[in-house]
Ligand binder design. Structure first.
Ligand code: PMP
Length: 398
């Protein structure tokens, strides 16, 4: 029986929210007998449990009363200073007062939506793009404009097209994009920041996967290129993929004027991010721990990615195409045009395999229903081979 007896009215904003049909289908993938390539989770094998345990212990025993107290909305200064030093060393000179610590980059996306979007404001997004960003920004009722992508990622020329004029934001994932796994080449990064500077469109650079690079050279961030080109770049970073997502710790890098407004927004939302977590993460990372830790995490993903690609080469038909990522957690598959990936998912689940169909990663026009995302991050080798063989057979049948 419903325990609520009084009538109530949800806001129009809340009424517009809806659960995703695909999420409902994917609920079954939690069943242990299902081989799931659907998850977006990082591998728990890579979580530094002992290091985090000693970092939390050290903070609590040495600075317990500070760690359990409220702190500033901006966040723990030594961690912001450490982040500023890291980015400055990588070619983007940043000051601690241009950094705001948040509860993961997902919170940053919500805050940026609140900051920049009015009903109907144009927001440029890659097509396809991170579905969680579409969800977060949708709350503020923007009008999404899809920027087409090809085998190298977003095509910058479209930023100068008439449909893009007057956009409030461009949301970009330059490194090992979710869902495609693609990395935007240097020339396109340069072109993109120049076009955005000329059109006065601020860029959100969401980069959770940049440190999970297992091939190729490091490329300069949009933040570093944008500063030289005079573009406004808001960069989002997170400890979710380099340490662990359960920490819920990320950061926003932006010009101080934008940070000041975001501080007001965050203060009204949740005052600040957990003091204890910020101090423990600083304790864990400030002495160079990531330099030993990250190679291990990259090795895990590199190996699993190679296994999945090898299994796909052996089992998928020639009529399917897929990306060959040099980092991150995802492979993007394009099936022959007549194959609907959502229908294929139903069949796959009956055969105990799951993936995410491409459809929810698209905003606006140009949805390609014959696409799907595979994650190799949390599936062991034999299961990757078994699952891909089943999927290959189903694609051939379709
Ligand atoms: N952006 C992208 C592209 C992601 O893939 C994710 C996590 N799946 C997030 C943001 C959110 O990450 P977090 O809030 O854990 O930092």
């Amino acid at each position: 029986m419903d325990t609520l007896s009084q009538p109530f009215t949800f806001s129009q904003r809340a009424q517009k929210l809806s659960g995703s049909a695909i999420r409902e289908i994917l609920k079954v993938t939690a069943r242990p007998e299902i081989i799931s390539f659907a998850g977006g989770l990082p591998t728990p094998v890579g979580f530094p449990v002992e290091e985090m345990q000693s970092a939390f212990n050290k903070v609590l025993s040495e600075q317990g009363r500070t760690a359990l107290q409220y702190t500033t909305t901006e966040g723990y200064l030594p961690l912001r200073q450490w982040l500023a030093e890291q980015m400055s060393a990588e070619g983007a000179p940043v000051q601690a007062d241009e950094i705001l610590l948040v509860n993961g980059s997902q919170q940053a996306l919500d805050m940026l939506g609140k900051l920049f979007i009015d009903e109907g404001s144009k927001v440029l997004v890659e097509s396809p793009t991170y579905l969680g960003a579409l969800q977060a920004l949708s709350v503020y009722d923007p009008s999404f404009v899809a920027i087409p992508t090809d085998g190298q990622g977003m095509i910058p020329e479209y930023v100068s097209a008439p449909e893009a004029m007057g956009a409030r934001l461009l949301y970009a994932l330059p490194n090992f994009q979710n869902p495609t796994g693609l990395r935007l080449p240097l020339e396109r990064r340069q072109d993109l920041v120049e076009r955005c500077a000329a059109a006065h469109i601020p860029i959100i650079e969401d980069d959770p996967y940049g440190e999970l690079r297992y091939a190729g050279e490091r490329l300069p961030s949009l933040l570093s290129l944008g500063r030289k080109a005079g573009a406004t770049v808001v960069r989002l970073g997170t400890f979710s993929k380099v340490l662990a997502p359960g920490l819920r710790l990320g950061y926003i890098v932006a010009p101080a004027k934008i940070i000041d407004k975001l501080v007001q927004i965050k203060q009204a939302t949740d005052l600040h991010t957990s003091t204890l977590t910020q101090m423990a993460v600083y304790e864990a990372v400030h002495n160079g721990f990531l330099e030993q830790h990250l190679p291990k995490v990259r090795d895990i993903y590199q190996k699993q990615c190679a296994i999945m690609l090898d299994a796909m080469d052996k089992n998928f038909p020639d009529t399917a195409q897929w990306t060959r990522p040099e980092g991150g957690m995802f492979i993007w598959v394009t099936l022959p045009e007549h194959v609907d990936a959502t229908a294929l998912l139903q069949k796959a689940i009956e055969n105990l395999v799951a993936f995410v169909p491409g459809e929810p990663f698209y905003a606006g026009n140009g949805v390609k229903r014959n696409t799907l995302r595979l994650s190799f991050a949390t599936v062991p080798e034999e299961k990757i081979r078994e699952g891909i063989a089943i999927l290959g057979k189903l694609i051939k049948e379709a």
